[in-house]
Design a protein around this ligand. Structure first.
Ligand SMILES: Cc1cc2nc3c(=O)[nH]c(=O)nc-3n(C[C@H](O)[C@H](O)[C@H](O)COP(=O)(O)O)c2cc1C
Length: 374
């Protein structure tokens, strides 16, 4: 046995003891109700995956204006708290741990999904042009968002803070801020979507201000050890463009490094991205400046995961698509068993098909291979 750490070496993550370093990635699956309330099917889905070192839920909006999808869950009212409570109780009963990912869509949404058909909000009036958005009856172009007035920003930060309070009532072990792939905090960070000339735009300090205010609000409720942040430097999905991504994300990571968070979760390009700056490796960029726990995500398997941890480029590894189609991913990785492929057609929305009906390894396979697993 190697004495280097790997996917199966326990780790302390903030205030949690994880039995392994295999983290389930936030995955939007669109199985909540049209009122954004978690369903019994979601209870089953998450409980099936409770052997993960940590589950991070799908993107969950902290306020009605933060909603980005039709049947994504929210965490801003008591019905949603009650729905989530069933999820967290089931995950805990199955021996797992679970953070909620708070995802405010900002401009990555459409008025048909928002209260009173309001225009989406964003740092600046710059629409997403290279993609369309799926709403109730098909895809439509993005609208030009309404820039947030300076005095509205504290209210948005307060919505996140309130949602963190509800995350305690809902039984979550912590919260992750989605500050990646073009959602609201990322919209403030990058120069392409932030043309503000006030305290939230222009300099690196100003573009990072919103992210830090939200993180501090979450920490004020949960404590820093129960707060993680996801970033994905260099990803250009949702028209996320920056004049100098290395400089921008180094600044963000250095600022977050001072806060003693549970972790920084970094999106890493393998084959998921729809356009990442070429030759841009965010883990290599950020590891030297981020001294806390670093989670890496993007195209990992057992070998690459163990190698990333052994070389200390990452402290734990996050798996996305393979958790969709392998509810027992942890055991499959432990046994070096084959992984099932997911069906993209059922990734977003639908029933139990392609959601809770992926099989676990057969008892015969387990009996035959358990003794030889490393
Ligand atoms: C169906 C699907 C839904 C996703 N939803 C989210 C999400 O809600 N929040 C988020 O941060 N990332 C989301 N992602 C990105 C994943 O969390 C992950 O970063 C990405 O799939 C790369 O990891 P992988 O190569 O292990 O799949 C999603 C990805 C997929 C395929």
């Amino acid at each position: 046995m190697s004495d280097k750490p790997g996917l199966f070496t326990p780790i302390k993550l903030g205030s949690l003891d994880l039995p392994n370093r295999i983290i389930m990635s936030p995955l939007t699956r669109l199985r909540a109700t049209p009122d954004c309330i978690p369903t019994p099917l979601m209870v089953e889905y998450y409980a099936q995956r409770a052997t993960a070192g940590l589950i991070i839920t799908e993107g969950t909006h902290p306020s009605p204006m933060g909603r980005g999808y039709t049947t994504a869950p929210g965490l801003h009212n008591q019905e949603q708290v009650a729905g989530w409570r069933k999820v967290t109780d089931a995950v805990h009963a199955a021996g797992g741990r679970i953070f909620v990912q708070l995802m405010h869509a900002g401009r990555v949404t459409h008025s048909s999904l928002l209260p009173n058909h309001a225009r989406p909000i964003a740092p600046s009036a710059i629409p997403i042009l290279s993609e369309e958005i799926r709403v109730w009856d098909g895809k439509v172009p993005f609208e030009t968002p309404r820039p947030l007035a300076l005095d509205e920003i504290p209210q948005v930060v307060e919505e996140y803070r309130r949602s963190a309070e509800l995350s305690i009532e809902a039984g979550f072990d912590g919260v992750e801020l989605h500050a990646a792939t073009g959602y609201l905090p990322n919209q403030f960070q990058v120069s392409g979507s932030n043309h503000r000339t006030d305290a939230y735009g222009g300099s690196l300090e100003n573009r990072t201000r919103f992210t830090l205010e939200v993180v501090n609000a979450l920490c004020s409720v949960r404590g820093a050890k129960q707060v993680g942040v996801k970033i994905a430097p260099g990803f250009t999905v949702n028209d996320t463009f920056d004049d100098n991504p290395a400089e921008t994300y180094l600044h963000v990571a250095k600022a977050l490094n001072l806060l003693g968070l549970a972790y920084l979760h970094v999106g890493y390009d393998r084959d998921y991205t729809r356009g990442t700056a070429p030759n841009f490796n965010p883990i290599d960029l950020l590891r030297p400046v981020y001294h806390g726990t670093l989670l890496a995500v993007g195209g990992f398997d057992r070998q690459r995961g163990d190698a990333a941890i052994a070389s200390r480029r990452a402290d734990a590894v996050v798996f996305g698509r393979s958790f969709i189609s392998n509810p027992d991913l942890v055991e499959r990785l432990r046994l070096n068993a084959p992984l099932a492929e997911g069906d993209i057609k059922t990734f977003y929305g639908g029933s139990e098909s392609g959601y809770t009906d992926y099989p676990t390894l057969s008892p015969f396979y387990r009996a035959e291979h358990d003794l030889t697993a490393s």
